[in-house]
Write a protein that binds this ligand. Structure first.
Ligand code: NAG
Ligand code: NAG
Ligand code: NAG
Length: 445
């Protein structure tokens, strides 16, 4: 008796577990118990007498029949829906719509394609699947989705700013950070490579620019990760006509962060470079650090701070001035700001939520900033560059993710700045670098 009612109990339990709006079990436990209960139902239900009216209910049997197709269909439906409306989360209304679409499509496929395939021969299935794969490959190779987008683009009437912004954001959303030097005049740097004992991993991030000013004496070194590669793009127009600038050298590595357990060889090479090149000004530019953001128990014995102080030592002792770019608030879109802007402008959707509040950013980085406050006591030649201030200055308390005049995104993705994003930092970079060049020049005389 117990055995024969067990499948029913388990089935009810399964429904309760998977459909309950309140999650009373941790996700991992929930998944494991659902799988175990489902397996038990299958094993126990093999014997016909144990199949309760629930398990033989026609609707439930039908749901079981289409379940594999539902499983295959639900994911692309949800992804396409989110992508089309540029959503990060699915609100209840959208979940219901997605479910309806999923079931409609699944029922259709179940009665047509699936039945055909179940009865078709292996050869036929093989050929059809092969053809589908080839079509998909062709669509990717020939950028079919992009062409479809452009086709839509030309049909919607829109003013000139919007039309230009759509093109601009589309281009920026495809920016490749890794395969290009920050600008053409930043060229191979055999001298720098020699000073690093031959270390070279990402040539696009390792280059030198000598503006050919005859009286120039000041040298600048820019180190960090992909963020520093971006900053070179704004330092160039700022310094182009500065007759005191002899050279700017870039040595960076994507995704490397100081005092984290990676990139040891890169940082060792960085320290050799600064020691042997003795730059007047060094810029350290990178984003985010788990360790520097950890809670501070006691600042006087704080390990992340001590490690960071140690890390900075060769940089501050071998450069006249060290500029440390502070972290700035990144954006929080699903596909990146440029891609979001492109999609939304194309569909005339609102852009009002493409921003975040400044205060919560400062709060969540408060331990990081407190650690930075300690550095001045260790290194009087260290200058902090407040990068978040200029980025969040357009409207008090808010950090916008795009230029509201020309509708250009400030971020290519959620982190790297576009030309318009870099433009926000121009004034503060200019002030810092021109002041320091003057000081460095005076020191020499
Ligand atoms: C540098 O400037 C000098 C004189 O102004 C010029 O003769 C020379 O061609 C320039 N070199 C480069 C690489 O531009
Ligand atoms: C875009 O939407 C706004 C309102 O959100 C509307 O006033 C405007 O006419 C729309 N433009 C186009 C080209 O559809
Ligand atoms: C950066 O500058 C902004 C605006 O001037 C200011 O509100 C913010 O507190 C500064 N950040 C830090 C860490 O001092």
């Amino acid at each position: 008796v117990i055995l024969s009612s067990l499948p029913t109990i388990l089935t009810l339990l399964l429904f309760a577990l998977s459909l309950s709006p309140i999650s009373f079990l941790p996700n991992e436990v929930l998944r494991a118990s659902t799988i175990a209960a489902a397996a038990a139902v299958i094993v126990l239900g093999r014997v016909e007498e144990r199949q309760s009216s629930l398990l033989s209910n026609r609707l439930i049997v039908y749901l079981g029949d289409i379940s594999y197709v539902v499983y295959l269909v639900h994911w692309p439906v949800a992804i396409m829906w989110k992508s089309y409306w540029d959503l990060q989360e699915l609100p209840l209304k959208d979940i219901l719509i997605c479910l309806s679409i999923t079931f409609l499509v699944s029922i259709l496929i179940h009665h047509t394609l699936e039945q055909k395939f179940i009865t078709a021969s292996t050869t036929v299935s093989f050929i059809v699947v092969g053809v589908i794969y080839i079509l998909m490959l062709g669509a990717v190779v020939f950028s079919l989705p992009q062409h479809l987008n452009s086709a839509v683009e030309t049909k919607v009437p829109m003013d000139q700013i919007v039309a230009e912004a759509i093109k601009w954001n589309e281009r920026e959303s495809h920016t490749r950070y890794y395969n290009q030097r920050p600008f053409r005049e930043c060229v191979n740097d055999p001298e720098g490579k020699k000073m690093r004992d031959g270390f070279s991993q990402q040539p696009a991030y390792e280059c030198i620019w000598k503006p050919n000013h005859t009286q120039a004496s000041v040298s600048i070194l820019v180190v960090g990760n992909s963020i520093s590669h971006r900053s070179m793009k704004i330092l160039r127009p700022i310094l182009e006509n500065n007759q005191d600038l002899k050279e700017i050298r870039l040595f960076a590595h994507s995704a490397c962060e100081p005092i984290e357990p990676h990139c040891g060889a890169f940082f060792a090479a960085m320290m050799k470079l600064v020691e042997r090149s003795q730059p007047d000004i060094t810029f350290l530019i990178y984003d985010n650090s788990k360790r520097l953001r950890e809670d501070i128990v006691d600042i006087s014995t704080d390990k992340p701070l001590a490690d960071f102080v140690d890390f900075l030592k060769p940089l501050t002792t071998n450069s006249k001035y060290l500029v440390l770019d502070e972290f700035y608030p990144n954006a929080l879109t699903t596909a990146g700001v440029a891609a979001s802007m492109y999609k939304r402008l194309l569909r005339n959707q609102s852009l009002d939520d493409l921003k975040r509040q400044y205060e919560p950013f400062l709060d969540s980085y408060s331990f990081y900033f407190r650690r930075l406050d300690q550095l001045r006591a260790h290194y009087p030649n260290l200058i902090r560059h407040n990068t978040s201030g200029p980025m969040c200055a357009e409207q008090p308390g808010w950090c916008w993710w795009y230029n509201r005049k020309n509708l250009h995104a400030y971020f290519t993705d959620n982190l790297h700045l576009t030309a318009d994003g870099l433009e926000l930092e121009r004034k503060s970079y200019k002030k810092i670098v021109e002041d320091l060049i003057q000081k460095a020049k005076k020191d020499k005389n």
